[in-house]
Design a protein around this ligand. Structure first.
Ligand code: GYE
Length: 334
């Protein structure tokens, strides 16, 4: 009898363990079914991410941040580069729905035209997180949260700096504006914020405003046209560093000194932009942080868990003058 008991104890322990594992497994399965569209029971989160493209230094830094943060968080990342095309993003999102990923995250290239595909994700019970850029959908239940910058504020900060610089100007100050991609939230909002701020001084006038698509090549090409058409340009406001960097070439080629003959204001504060600012070629940058990866992964875990998350999470940012850029550059991560 005593002998039997000692022999059966390990067996009984194994049986208990097996049933615990079985129940645990079933429970895990149930969780993943209710938490999102995922069907896997390994507890690992799969995120489908649709990126805008690779148009700028900002975008490159943003992509690196997202990939690194996914690895660090143990999240399986499916990544698609939409090459600045909305139809590619819609295709990628539909693929993610079909693959039953746990969470879909994306940075919408333009603001409008997302309701149908977002509704498809909602019907499939897959939560969506907007990051970097937002959509103009009236139905806020189509996505869980929006993580990113306040672009109107960035435009305002750029404009307010200019108002202060030019407060003693007695004559007209001619401004040219390089807009971001047409229809993109940061292009619409930065334009709006800047216009609101410079309205404080009627001497400040935007004499030409056109898209450079957030790229260096676009910035260069459009600045060449601006310079040809307008003999007196006092200020360039570029919606991102890259377009400003492209414009530098056009300005120098036209025999003008950037940062002196033409005051240059940009947005982003990526390394090359900060270098131009430290060198006195740019005069002011309003920061826009691309390091959204860690917060995004954190949100994905919470949303998958069914936890409530704030509807809007705003990125903390600052501004830089030449002196501040010189100080910040050695420690700049991107
Ligand atoms: O400013 C620009 C990029 O959406 C905030 O997109 C982002 C913008 C960024 O191409 O450089």
């Amino acid at each position: 009898m005593g002998k039997m008991r000692t022999q059966s104890a390990p067996w009984r322990a194994a049986a208990v363990l097996a049933s615990v594992l079985l129940v645990g497994g079933v429970a895990a399965c149930g969780n993943s079914d209710t938490g999102g569209g995922g069907t896997k029971d390994d507890g690992k989160i799969t995120m489908g991410f649709s990126q805008v493209g690779a148009e700028s230094g900002w975008r490159t830094a943003n992509t690196i941040s997202i990939k690194e943060a996914a690895t660090a968080a143990g999240i399986e990342l499916k990544f698609d580069d939409a090459q600045q095309k909305q139809e590619n993003q819609i295709k990628a999102i539909r693929n993610y729905i079909q693959q039953k990923v746990d969470v879909i995250a994306f940075s919408p290239v333009v603001e409008s035209g997302w309701d149908t595909v977002l509704k498809e994700a909602k019907d499939a019970n897959i939560p969506v997180i907007l990051t970097d850029r937002s959509v103009d959908s009236a139905d806020k239940s189509l996505y869980k949260t929006f993580l990113g910058s306040d672009f109107v504020k960035e435009g305002k900060l750029a404009g307010e700096w200019l108002v202060e610089q030019k407060k003693t100007a007695s004559g007209p100050v001619n401004i040219v504006e390089l807009q971001g991609s047409t229809g993109a939230a940061p292009a619409n909002d930065r334009k709006k914020g800047f216009a609101e701020a410079i309205a404080a001084n009627p001497n400040l006038k935007v004499i030409a405003s056109q898209t450079g698509d957030f790229t260096r090549a676009g910035g260069k090409q459009v600045m060449e046209q601006f310079l040809k058409a307008n003999p007196k340009i006092d200020v360039l406001f570029a919606h991102n560093d890259d377009m400003g960097l492209g414009a530098l070439e056009a300005i120098t080629a036209a025999g003008k000194v950037p940062g002196k003959d033409i005051t240059i204001i940009t947005i982003d504060a990526v390394k090359d932009g900060m270098q131009a600012l430290a060198d006195g070629k740019f005069n002011f940058i309003a920061e826009c942080s691309p390091l959204l990866g860690p917060q995004l992964m954190d949100l994905a875990k919470k949303v998958k868990d069914g936890q409530e998350v704030p509807a809007r999470i705003e990125t903390q940012e600052t501004t830089f003058t030449t002196e501040q850029a010189k100080e910040a550059l050695p420690n700049r991560k991107y």
